[in-house]
Design a protein around this ligand. Structure first.
Ligand code: CO
Length: 215
């Protein structure tokens, strides 16, 4: 059996298993979603959001793209974030990067990658913002890891810039924003403990959207 055919066999087994533990599992699933998390991660096939967190269907709204970016003018991620905050009322927004990220690696190399150039330029912008720190790291592997982390941090900042998040957070103190790194060599998730409150205070002067000020 090919892997393609296997997928449908796996699906049938999954349905049977779910029904065995909860006869009405799919009836409940069809009634609607109430996810607590919005997860923004990389498209990399090795980083499986639900599997590595044990999150069940209905608990996590997921957006994935190359190198887990939230570019300022990207309608796709912006729509996901808008919907997750304004309609699904998520309590946590996670931007999850990972070491050995091909997108980050590509952005670190001097190459013309055609259609990918504008997308990867977002990562080169992160490098430019943190050039002094990154260039001081002589070990290339460590510099690569650090760019993965800084990219997650800057994508969190991009969420913080958005009016929909500022309005919700200043009124309700939610959703919280978290930066995570998945280390595929150990399988472990690391919380970068982003101080989004401090970032908001720092950038509010520039990205002033007329929302209430944080004191
Ligand atoms: Co990646």
């Amino acid at each position: 059996m090919t892997l393609y055919e296997q997928v449908f066999e796996n699906n049938k087994k999954w349905v049977a298993e779910k029904k065995k533990t909860d006869e009405k599992f799919f009836e409940h699933l069809a009634q609607g979603q109430n996810p607590e998390f919005l997860y923004i991660g990389c498209s990399d096939s090795r980083v499986s959001a639900e599997e590595m967190t044990g999150i069940k269907p209905g608990q996590m709204f997921v957006h994935r793209n190359v190198a887990n970016l939230v570019p300022n003018n990207d309608n796709s991620s912006a729509s996901v974030i808008q919907y997750a905050i304004a309609h699904l009322n998520v309590q946590h927004i996670v931007v999850c990067g990972h070491y050995q990220c091909g997108g980050i690696k590509a952005a670190m190399q001097p190459a013309d990658l055609g259609f990918l150039n504008p997308w990867l330029r977002n990562i080169r912008d992160v490098y430019r913002l943190h050039k002094t720190e990154l260039n001081a790291i002589t070990d290339e592997a460590k510099r690569y890891d650090r760019l993965v982390e800084l990219n997650v941090e800057e994508q969190c900042v991009n969420v913080i810039k958005m009016a929909v998040w500022q309005r919700s957070y200043l009124q309700n103190k939610t959703p919280e924003i978290h930066g995570w790194i998945f280390d595929m060599q150990t399988g472990l998730l690391k919380d970068l403990k982003i101080d989004f409150n401090k970032i908001l205070k720092n950038i509010q002067e520039i990205y002033d959207l007329g929302t209430d000020k944080i004191s």
